[in-house]
Design a protein around this ligand. Sequence first.
Ligand code: HEM
Length: 402
Amino acid sequence: MSTEGTESPFTQSTGSARHAVLAELAAAGPVHRVRLFTGVDVWLITGQTEVREALAHPDIRRSPEQIPHREATPPELAAAMHQHILSSNPPDHTRMRKLVAAAFSRGGVAKLTSRIGALAAELLDELAEAGADGSTVDLVAGFGYPLPITVIAELLGVPPERRADFRRWSVIVTSGPAYPAEVYLGAARELLDFLRELVADKRAAPSTDLLSDLIAVRDGQAALTEDELTSMAFLLLSAGHETTVNLIANGVYALLTHPDQLALLRAESERLPDAVEELLRFDSPVQVTLPSVTAAPVRIGAVTIPAGEVVVPALLAANRDPNRYDLPERLDIAAAHGSHVAFGHGIHHCLGAPLARAEGRVAIGALLERFPRLRLADPAAEPERVPSLLLNGMRELMVRVD
Ligand code: HEM
């Protein structure tokens, strides 16, 4: 299908409307030429097999020009924000990923997993108090958002007394153009200054956090540079929390709008890990991976994409591919669908997937257990989604907990 010449409805829609547009595209085939709201014509991939092919292809490469909101970042900040693994290619990617993966597997993440329950319980106490009189409460602002930010803050070793600042800058910087340019830039500068200071402190006095591990881990002469370290911290912040908040909010919304599935999960809580996988598939937190560029003509499915073209693998569509799933539009926590591509595929496959899964299970499990009468404040209204190309999230999710 070709929509060349006019902007694709794909980039103008959100939520269930976007699922519908993608389903219509997917019915016509796995590879499409569409125009983004930026005016750029791209190749949108909707088939799951083809998405995997594209993400594993050595001639489809990350390009700095394709980083979203990049134009909002002045050059002096860009170097310290964008030199991370998600936007790099081999051999840089290979070197950095090895170091970061080594730091991730050094036990800090596993230890952190046991903290998530305590953090979730604290936030649920606050929600219970706010909603005890029947008032509506926002699950995004009060639970889904602060939980992963606090987890990342602990992961990086942000001292408790700086958590509030860290959270304030993070909200602004990861929201990008939603804030006036001077507010965004002010927060980005403060956050980067803080991260540089944090790196210096950890270097002087290493601790048991991931940042200390990243500084300490050595791979021959291939240690991370200062800019790579701050960029990596910056990536963990955005990759680690904007996605997890979407898993929690989209997941809870999906359960609340499918009472039979919610009842099944409440009755058989051992289904929680499978339920989280199904929620990741059904309304994936990440819509498309970072757009990439063909370094040579590349064949995806039956289509040859010329060199120099932008390729956009749509995880949201691939997770509802009618060629991959019998009933892709149906939420079924007992279906045992097997794999999905919510965490991407290939060399950039999500490094934080075990942590994200742990956060999703603990958060959703604790929420359901704490609030047996949890329900949508307005069952007739679809929550407003964040207008983003990369992510699939909600601005707010109003519920009652009493
Ligand atoms: C990469 C999804 C949580 C760290 C990715 C990618 C996806 C993804 C789709 C690949 C993007 C691309 O190819 O452009 C998710 C989802 C999450 C989640 C759905 C939550 C439900 C986390 C967490 C962390 C994390 C909690 C760490 C604290 C990373 C990193 C990469 C990445 C470091 C880059 C890997 C590389 O480029 O080699 N994630 N993520 N993610 N994610 Fe996650």
